[in-house]
Design a protein around this ligand. Structure first.
Ligand SMILES: Cc1cc2nc3c(=O)[nH]c(=O)nc-3n(C[C@H](O)[C@H](O)[C@H](O)COP(=O)(O)OP(=O)(O)OC[C@H]3O[C@@H](n4cnc5c(N)ncnc54)[C@H](O)[C@@H]3O)c2cc1C
Length: 461
């Protein structure tokens, strides 16, 4: 084993120059070379208590895979990760590691933590580039399970159920599987070819994929039981956008971030007319919100050539977006109008013309621990050609609307018990549909847990 590298900071990740990347949709971060990965891997001191593992919702054996990178055995490093994580190239890119594995890293007490995410990405990319799939042994059980929603939660549940020997069919409403990984997170943060590669790995386990199928419309849950599925996992996500409910929200040129990003990512509007879905942003774009979705929308609009301003009612420091994302946005030339709240969208001939905003000031901390924005009664007006609203999403209500016996919280989250089962026998649920908008890895962790519970349920049935 090589000597530990006690450098205080992570090996930096090469990135496209901000003034180049804000004009293209290619990936912003470029990935480690083998030398960089090994240099970073030797920063892991292989501590005995391994707190990083408890910080990972899918329990990746982190010190073990890092040790294998140091030894230069990248295939074994990949196999070690893949024992518990079905989508490592995706997680290595989009997981908020600072709150999970890296947030618990022993090196992080005094210095920067080991860059676990970048190392996971490095190993996963190495293996995906080889296009080699290690055969996975699956026990055979003659039982069918339906998974509804092919986002990270449904993919993770499907893969684990297939490995347990179940005949899994994965249904999705869209024409392409992947959920937010395909329709929400932009190409420059998560290339779609890579999502498709990891999706192919899951399908390769024997999972049947049925797209263009809206469960609750095309098929009911009862239809699925009638077709011989003995358990159902609902992972339908949180795709219902919230709006501001202010005058002018129905004008042309106002989008929910959900619609805007779906057009951009899934329908490739940025390649119009090569792809047939256009998107109108105009010269000046207002993005309302301060989370990751707002940053993704703003950075996407910037790449279409617009001058983009993020309007958020609290300060820059209090924005809920990952620090990395808001800093990337700033570097790329996005303007920030903090401590301002839109009160009206003004129009001309049916199209957006301007946004009226009220100045805010910060009061006492609220239940989220952040200082509450307080209206001042002072108003300003800014001209914009389009407005993208990114103030949150809630679970899609369709399953509840079409199934009285599935109970939900008042805000729409599907209620589950300790075994992840909903109030309907044989129907399980997890991911954003249960928790509300959260993260890829938490959705995957929920899918894993549900697969274990479905197995127990069907074994006892
Ligand atoms: C723009 C954006 C950026 C994000 N960035 C990050 C990030 O950087 N890091 C991170 O960790 N998290 C991020 N998130 C959050 C993360 O993507 C979600 O928490 C995660 O995708 C939830 O996974 P899921 O499988 O529960 O749901 P989803 O990914 O939403 O997948 C749900 C799937 O169910 C399908 N569906 C819905 N209803 C039906 C139905 N009735 N019948 C059939 N299919 C149905 C949908 O078409 C969809 O494919 C982001 C979210 C957004 C919107």
């Amino acid at each position: 084993m090589a000597k530990f590298n006690m450098a205080k900071t992570k090996v930096p990740m090469p990135e496209q120059d901000p003034n180049e990347r804000n004009k293209n949709f290619k990936e912003v971060t470029l990935g480690y070379s083998l030398e960089m990965a090994q240099e970073e891997a030797t920063r892991c001191i292989q501590c005995k208590n391994r707190p990083c593992v408890s910080g990972c919702p899918v329990g990746v054996q982190i010190p073990e895979f890092i040790k294998l990178i140091v030894a230069g055995d990248l295939d074994s490093a990949y196999d070690k990760i893949a024992e518990t994580n079905n989508l490592p190239a995706i997680c290595g890119r989009v997981c908020p590691q600072e709150n999970q594995c890296e947030g618990k890293c022993t090196r992080g007490i005094k210095d920067e933590p080991v860059s676990i995410g970048r190392l996971e990405r490095f190993v996963a990319d190495y293996r995906n580039n080889k296009d080699y799939h290690k055969p996975v042994e699956v026990a055979s059980k003659n039982k069918k399970v339906a998974v509804v929603g092919a986002g990270p939660s449904g993919l993770s549940a499907s893969a684990d159920l297939a490995k347990l020997g179940y005949k899994v069919t994965l249904f999705d409403a869209f024409h392409a599987a992947g959920g937010v990984l395909m329709y929400g997170i932009p190409e420059f943060r998560l290339p779609k070819t890579l999502v498709q590669k990891e999706l192919k790995n899951v399908i390769g386990l024997g999972v049947k994929l049925k797209t263009n199928t809206i469960v609750g419309r095309t098929l009911s849950l009862q239809d699925l039981f009638d077709e011989g599925y003995e358990a159902i996992y609902l992972s339908t996500g949180a795709g219902l956008p919230k709006f501001l409910n202010i005058p002018g929200e129905n004008l042309n040129g106002v989008y929910s971030a959900n619609e805007f990003l779906t057009r951009m990512n899934l329908m490739k509007a940025y390649k119009f007319p090569e792809y047939d879905t256009p998107v109108h942003v105009g010269k000046k774009v207002c993005v309302v919100g301060g989370g990751n979705v707002a940053m993704d929308a703003a950075r996407s609009a910037k790449r279409l050539g617009a001058d983009v301003t993020v309007v958020y009612r609290r300060s820059f420091e209090e924005m809920p977006a990952r620090i990395e994302e808001s800093h990337h946005a700033k570097e790329e030339g996005i303007n920030f109008l903090n401590l301002h709240n839109p009160v009206e969208i003004e129009g001309e001939n049916g199209w957006v013309k301007a946004v009226k905003v009220e100045k805010m000031e910060l009061g006492e901390a609220d239940s989220s621990g952040r200082r509450k924005p307080i209206p001042t009664g002072e108003y300003e007006e800014y001209e914009f050609d389009s407005v993208i609203i990114a103030i949150g999403q809630s679970p899609n209500p369709l399953i509840k609307q079409t199934n009285d016996d599935i109970e939900t919280e008042s805000w729409g989250g599907i209620i589950i018990d300790d075994t992840t089962m909903t109030t309907k026998d044989g129907v399980f649920a997890g991911g954003d549909a249960v928790s509300g908008a959260a993260t890829v890895i938490l959705a995957m962790g929920a899918g894993k847990k549900a697969a274990e519970n479905i197995d127990k349920y069907l074994e006892n049935k």
